[in-house]
Design a protein. Sequence first.
Lengths: 388, 205
Amino acid sequence: MNRPTPESFVVRPRVDHEGTELEGDMLEVSMGPQHPSTHGVFRMDVVLDGETVVKLKPVFGYLHRNHEKIAEGTSYLGSMPYTDRLDYFCSLTNNWAYALAVERLAGLQVPERAEYIRVITAELTRLQNHVGLCGFLLQDMGALGTPLMWAFRQREKVLDLFESLTGARMMCNYMRFGGCRCDLPAGWLEQARTVVADFPAFLREFETLLSGNEILMARTQGVGRLSPELAVAGSVTGPMLRASGVDYDVRKVDRYGIYDRFEFRVPLGDHGDVYDRYMIRVLEMHESLAILRQALKGIPGGPVIDPKAKLRGFRPKPGESYGRIEGPKGELGFYLVSDGGPNPYRYRIRPPSFINLTLLEDMCLGRSIADAVIILGSVDIVLGEVDR
Amino acid sequence: MIDEGLKNELAKQGVVATSLQELYNWGRSNSVWPLSFGLACCAIEMIAASMSRWDISRFGSEVFRPSPRQADLMIVAGTVTKKMAPQVVRLYNQMPEPKYVIAMGACAISGGPFKQGYNVLKGIDRLLPVDIHIPGCPPRPEALLHALIALQEKIAGEKLTGPNRPRHLRADAPSEFPVPEFGPHDLVPPKNDALWKPIPFVRAG
C-alpha cells in the first residue's frame, strides 16, 4: 500500500470538463456512474456554484451493449429477446414496437385476439412501469424505502401475471411477428381482472398519502420546468411532453393496433414541472386501468398468431419500415431496412428515454444539486435504453 | 474442539459453548452488507429481492450501502461494459476486507447474450475474484437469496488460522487488483492473468 505523503498532494488548477478554469467557489462534481440516484450507470458532470447548478453534462455509454450491431447480424426473430433487455422495465411494449415494425415490413396481419392481448399486456406494462417510477422518484426525494416497497408490492402482482403468461417476470419475449407466442393460460383473464379491480384501491391510498403531501409539493412544484416550445423542439415524447401541456399521444395520433376501439383520456399538465410529471403518471395509470377494463371485457376468441406468419426462414422483401408505439416512457420506434436477407440490413431504435434526457441541462440550470437528482428521476430513464 | 454431544448437552442446560471462530463467522455471515450498485436488468431483480415480497432483510443483508467503504459484498448485477469495468474494479478496491463478490446473471458471468458485443466484458471473473455465480437472465430474486445463503455458508466455514485461512487473513494475498484502462480497442490489460486461469479446453482425439 502506498501511503500518501505531503508531496503526493498536488494542487491543480480547477477546471471543468471543457477545460475552462473555475472561478471562486465553483466546483465540478462527477455524479456517477455509481451513484444511488442515477438510476443505473449514468454520469452527470455538474459544475456547481455553491449548491446551484451552473453547467451540467450528461455522460452515457456505461451500458452500451451493442444491441443494434448485434441485431444486424441476427435473424429478425433472434432480435426479439434482445428488445426485452432494451428498457428492462417494459419488455412487452418493446416487443410490440419491434413486432409492429417487422409486420409493416413484411405486410403481416395480426388476429383480433392477439391485438387484444397486446393491448392488455402493454397497459399492464405501463402500470408497472409508472408505479415503479413513482416509487423511485420518491426514493430520490429522500423517502427511503417505504413508497418504493409499496410500489414494488403492487408491481409484483402485475409481474405474476406476466410470469403465468410468458414464463418470465421481466424478460417476457412474448410477441411474435403476426401475433403472440402462445394463448392465454386458463384462468389468466380472471386473475388479470382481479389485479385490475384491486389496483384503484392501491392508487387511492398512494395518492391520499403522497399527491397532496406537503413535502412532496414543496420539493417538486416549480422544479425543473420545461416549456412546451422547448419540449417540442427537443422532440421530447411521452409523459414528459404531456406534463408540459402538449397533447401528443401516439396511441391517439397513430391509433396503432386497436386503440381506436377504447375510450380513454390523455392527461395533460399545466406547468411542466416535476410535480406535473409525477401526477401525469398517476393519472395515466387510471386511464390504463380504464383501457384494461374495456379490453378484458371485449376480448374475443380465435387464433393468437397469423397462420401465414413464418417463424423460421423469415425473409421479408427489400424495403424499409418504421414502427412506433407509445411506450411508458414515450415514443418508442424501430426503424428497419431489409435487403431481402434473413437479418436486417439496418436496425435502429428511437429510444424515448435517451431523447427525453437531452434537455436535462436546460431543466437543471439554476436549481440546486438536490433538485437535479429529482429532475433526473422525473425524466424516467432506463440505461439499457439510453445506451443500448 | 469441543465434543458435539457435550455441546448439545450443555445447550440444554442453558450453557452455550462455542469457539471464537464460530462466533466471529456467525456474526459476519449474518450481517453481509451489499454495495448498492446496479448495472443493468439484474439490478431490478436485486431491488425486488430487497423489497417486501422477498425481503432480503430476513438474511441480514438489507443494508444496501451506496459507499464502497461501508460494504462487504459486491453484487455485480448486470452487463459489465468495457467502459464500466475500470470503475467496477476501482469500487472493489475501495471496499475494505473481508469482501466478497457475487456475479449475478449471465452477463456478469460470461457476457451472456451480449457476449459478441464489441463493448462487453466477457465475465467479471477476468478482473475480480468471484465467490458465487448465479445463472439466469435475469436470475429470480429467490436465486439471489440462494446465492446469499450459499455465501453465508462459505463465510461460516472459513478457518481463522492455518494454511487454508481466507484471503483477508493472509498478508501475502492481494486485496486490491489492478484497474484496467479503457483503451482505444479493448481494456488494457484485457484480463488479470494472475487471477483468471480458465481450464484449458482439450479437444478429444
